[in-house]
Design a protein around this ligand. Structure first.
Ligand SMILES: [Zn+2]
Length: 377
């Protein structure tokens, strides 16, 4: 459906509402407050710090671009030449993703294909384009006896901008060499075999977005998905800790349920809390890794900084430290919730026992990085 039609905004919004509900609210009604991370961020690819959920608008665009590709590579298809559902943005993206090789000039559209050093003449000379008649002429037709010049409308004279474009175009047109025995051809720049793929057309739309290797590294670790998902939320400071509940005017306990001596923030829970730090000390001696001892932790101000620091602790392979960290923060979060919702707390040694037990289960389930770390004991 997304390929054939350009979906109306309401349709994608409706689909998105259901997907948001699935992620943030189970099957209950969704409200803004339940979405811990905003949707634009959630639909970013994982390497950009998102959850990698499909962005429907961008996916639909990637699918529509397939029409433009087929127009080129399957010129005999019945529908070629009829209207495609593509808009100007689709065409610009298509131009950016493809390279056109000039052959006999019979398939290339003079004004609207990006044959001139990767640019479309309509973008290169927009004022002239507005003044031309044969907007759909092929390259061969336009060059033949300089038809492109005859097709310009001279009625209102040429101002400086038009003249500038005219000479630039003149240069372009003079540089082209047609090869009568060779067909025009096109290459998709983003795949190795030079052919269109939906995945690459989708990805291309995120080229300008900053990468976020720290958050992306969460997904490269071995851990049950629920633990990675939770880590993805907490390192972005998006859990409902007291500081955020206060900001919304919602019910909250004023102090951290783990140590009862500071305001609960995500950074406090992960990095500063007295109980958390005690747990890490016990964990560091359990696996005989003194570098993991809280006294050796570099200073951190944000949750992401803390995550980056602890997962690059010297002498521990990254995949092992990431897995271990995911395990510890998951257990701490469970402890925190038991104290908040069930008024039930355990001493540090018991929490560490539970971490050890859970570690064995993870190893049994395939966490080789963690297994190797424990063997090094
Ligand atoms: Zn605390």
């Amino acid at each position: 459906m997304l390929t054939v039609l350009k979906p109306p905004k309401e349709v994608t919004e409706d689909l998105d509402r259901n997907r948001k509900r699935f992620i943030w609210a189970g099957d209950k009604e969704i409200s803004g407050g339940k979405c811990k991370v905003n949707w634009t961020r959630t639909t970013l690819p994982k390497e950009n710090g998102g959850l990698g959920i499909l962005n429907l608008d961008k996916f639909a665009r990637a699918l529509r671009i397939r029409w433009l590709w087929h127009e080129w590579v399957l010129p005999n298809k019945a529908w070629v030449g009829s209207e495609t559902p593509c808009d100007e943005k689709d065409r610009l993206l298509f131009a950016a993703c493809t390279r056109i090789q000039v052959g006999n000039g019979q398939r290339i559209k003079f004004w609207t294909d990006a044959w001139a050093q990767g640019r479309r003449l309509k973008d290169f000379a927009p004022n002239l384009y507005a003044r031309t008649k044969g907007k759909n002429k092929t390259l061969a037709q336009a060059l033949h006896r300089s038809n492109w010049i005859r097709n310009l409308n001279y009625r209102h004279g040429f101002n400086r901008a038009l003249l500038h474009e005219y000479f630039a175009l003149w240069d372009q047109a003079n540089q082209v060499e047609l090869h009568p025995s060779q067909e025009d051809s096109i290459t998709w720049k983003l795949t190795e075999n030079g052919n269109y793929s939906t995945a690459s057309a989708y990805k291309a739309q995120f080229f300008g977005v900053t990468k976020n290797p720290a958050i992306a590294s969460i997904w490269k670790s071995w851990a049950p998905s629920k633990c990675k998902f939770f880590a993805w939320i907490i390192v972005q400071n998006r859990v409902w800790s007291s500081d955020r509940l206060v900001a919304r005017g919602w019910d909250h306990s004023p102090t951290c349920p783990l140590c009862r001596c500071a305001m609960e923030t995500a950074h406090h829970l992960l990095a500063e809390c007295r109980l958390t730090r005690r747990i890490w000390t016990l964990v560091s001696s359990w696996i005989a890794q003194p570098d993991l001892h809280r006294e050796r932790w570099p200073q951190s101000i944000t949750t992401i900084q803390w995550w980056s620091n602890i997962t690059s602790t010297p002498n521990i392979p990254r995949n092992a430290s990431r897995s271990l960290t995911l395990l510890v923060i998951w257990e701490m979060w469970k402890e925190r919730n038991a104290r908040v919702f069930r008024q039930y707390g355990r001493p540090a040694t018991e929490i560490v026992d539970s971490i050890k037990g859970e570690a064995l289960l993870w190893i049994k389930a395939g966490d080789t990085a963690l297994a190797n770390l424990l063997v090094r004991e």
